[in-house]
Design a protein around this ligand. Structure first.
Ligand code: CP
Length: 313
């Protein structure tokens, strides 16, 4: 067991042993989720605040359910209904949460580094639930968990991440996570969204989709992050779909056992054909299921939990 952290702010600073500890702990929590009684008292008496200053479906619900399954008290904070709308600063908002003896703050924010700032000004543990285009650590952990579950290993696999890499926090966290665990990572998409500078992170970069998917064991599709792009990066979604979307013809030129992943939300008919999203090759909903176990593991470990053996007894 290797975990001694108060916060989870990124994947970049984690060791491969720490990542493996989260994945092993999540496997134990997944087994708990398959029991008749799915709750454990690991966070009884603790208060968890979901501080989401940017929209979310999967991550917010998953963290809320994870905290409830661990028997924590949960507060869901939405920016639109808060005094942030009246000009209150993030620091003052956070200090008010601290005044209520909050133990953990799970934060999503459009600004890279916002959770790191919060971790400096609060005594509570902080978990990054996505900060701008920087990192989305629990997404990478649940993706790694899903790959390991479906393929039995991560080291030595060819993983292709296809789409808007430049503006994607999911891509950055996945690159850190998968390369630390020994996978070969290929990045592909339009040259405007997949710059060669990513080779410095130990990835292969290509702008030819057929080359990127031919040998892949895992194909992870990303949507175009329109909300973060500062200028037009390609002519239109129709052209993107025809040049880089995963469709039936392209799927025929992939390994038959290659799995198709997507962090969601998916844009059907753009980065992925609707039929492929719903096919047996897709593990998109398995990722959502596994996200719950991974987030339970993260909350458990940052609360001082002692790893999978404490859960399985
Ligand atoms: N994958 C992901 O972060 O989805 P949400 O934006 O819905 O949380």
């Amino acid at each position: 067991m290797s975990w001694n952290r108060k916060h989870l702010l990124d994947i970049e600073s984690l060791t491969d042993e720490e990542i493996t500890t989260v994945l092993d702990t999540a496997r134990a929590f997944k087994a708990v989720g398959e029991r008749a009684i799915k709750k454990v008292p690991a966070l009884r008496g603790k208060t968890v605040v979901n501080l989401f200053i940017e929209p979310s479906t999967r991550t917010r619900i998953s963290f809320e359910l994870a905290a409830l399954r661990l028997t924590a008290d949960v507060i869901n904070f939405t920016a639109e209904a808060s005094s942030l709308k009246k000009g209150e600063t993030l620091k003052d908002t956070a200090r008010n949460l601290e005044a209520l003896n909050t133990d953990m703050v799970i934060m999503r924010h459009s600004a890279a580094g916002a959770p790191h700032f919060l971790a400096r000004v609060l005594n509570a543990s902080v978990v990054n639930a996505g900060d701008g285009a920087h990192e989305h650590p629990t997404q990478a952990l649940l993706d790694a968990f899903t790959i390991r579950e479906k393929k039995g290993r991560i080291a030595g696999l060819n993983v292709t991440i296809l789409g808007d890499i430049l503006y994607s926090r999911v891509a950055r966290s996945n690159i850190w996570c998968l390369t630390k665990l020994g996978a070969r990572v290929t990045l592909a998409g339009p040259s405007t969204l997949v710059p060669r500078v990513f080779e410095q992170l130990g990835c292969r970069v290509t702008h030819r989709i057929d080359e990127a998917i031919a040998d892949a064991d895992v194909i992870n599709l990303l949507r175009i992050q329109h909300e973060r792009q500062r200028r037009t990066m390609f002519p239109g979604t129709g052209e993107y779909a025809s040049l880089f979307g995963l469709n039936k013809q392209r799927l025929e030129h992939t390994r038959p056992d290659a799995i198709i992943m997507h962090p969601g939300p998916i844009n059907r008919g753009v980065e992925i054909d609707s039929d492929i999203a719903d096919s047996g090759r897709s593990v998109i909903l398995d990722q959502v299921t596994n996200g719950l176990a991974v987030r339970m593991a993260v909350l458990f470990l940052i609360n001082g939990g002692q790893g999978p053996q404490e859960i399985t007894g």
